[in-house]
Design a protein around this ligand. Structure first.
Ligand SMILES: Nc1nc2c(ncn2[C@@H]2O[C@H](COP(=O)(O)OP(=O)(O)O)[C@@H](O)[C@H]2O)c(=O)[nH]1
Ligand SMILES: [Mg+2]
Length: 268
């Protein structure tokens, strides 16, 4: 196959991956911050999101971790990565789950030497223009950097736009539970918009929940390990393209995982 671009600039094919996974070019430019976005059937928004994120700062790179979406999201992003050297893609075959995708993305970030991974949804609920504020919040206060900066809907100045009452109620209950039962000193522990210092993440014991409860699970492990968690107000806007992937099964699995975490939280 003829190569138009030099290796590492989007033109090279990745070698075959274990488990039949597909990946974009294996050579990455060096970088400090990697935006990690997990996708499942996000064809309608991912192309625009990639260009918005890469446009926020020329130092940012992005990794899309797709679970072989039936709508072809993975193939679409692999194609975009050929002309965008700061965009990377992993299409996983035979694995599924938001938690396992985020954690795998963070581990890849670490292996490539990034200092910070920033997780966000593919659906524009999280505004790429808020990325610099999240990164700034990781900076040291009194000599101590934050381990995690959360894009929070539940601190002064934070907002939720467009959610139906049922989702608002569920979210209030989950956050109440996380604060008082899981003993997490955080107001919005279920936010998926978060920047994490990988030096800290790498020291967490794991394993992590493989589904939506990874969001609380990661914070519990950070808190137990003595990490500082800060909350930055954001406006969260419900998706206008595609559908939520948090279906009945995902919500049931997350509820069961949260119950199991409560037992751990109160064990002496
Ligand atoms: N790779 C991967 N991504 C997922 C999976 N489930 C959800 N996502 C992605 O995770 C993000 C959060 O899901 P979303 O549907 O927005 O959940 P909601 O915001 O709680 O309604 C989106 O970018 C989804 O495409 C999964 O099983 N695998
Ligand atoms: Mg979402």
């Amino acid at each position: 196959m003829s190569r138009v671009l030099p290796e590492g600039l989007g033109g090279a094919e990745a070698p075959p991956q274990p488990g039949g996974d597909l990946a974009s070019a294996p050579a990455w430019p060096p970088g400090r911050v990697l935006v990690v976005t997990a996708t499942y059937n996000e064809r309608g928004s991912i192309g625009d999101l990639v260009d918005r994120v890469l446009g926020v700062d020329s130092g940012l790179q992005m990794l899309v971790v797709d679970d072989d979406s039936p709508d072809g999201t993975g193939t679409l992003v692999l194609d975009l990565a050929r002309t965008r050297p700061r965009l990377h893609v992993l299409v996983r075959r035979g694995r599924r789950g938001l938690g396992s995708a985020i954690i795998e993305g963070f581990r890849v970030a670490s292996a490539h030497g990034f200092a910070v991974a920033l997780n966000m949804d593919a659906d524009f609920s999280h505004d790429p223009d808020d990325i610099p504020r999240l990164l700034a919040a990781l900076e040291p206060v009194g000599g101590r950097p934050a381990a995690v900066a959360l894009g929070s809907r539940r601190v002064a100045g934070g907002r939720i736009v467009g959610w139906p009452l049922s989702r608002r109620v569920t979210s209030v209950l989950v956050n109440w539970y996380a604060r008082w039962i899981l003993r997490l000193p955080v107001r919005d522990s279920s936010t998926g918009f978060r920047a994490v210092h990988l030096g800290f993440f790498d020291r967490l014991p794991g394993p992590f929940d493989e589904g939506y409860a990874v969001l609380e699970d990661m914070l519990i492990q950070v808190h137990r390990a003595g990490g500082r968690i800060v909350e930055v107000p954001i406006t969260f806007t419900d998706r206008t393209v595609g559908e939520s992937k948090a279906g009945f099964r995902q919500r049931r699995d997350a509820a069961l995982a949260l119950l199991r975490m409560a037992i751990r939280a109160w064990r002496p």
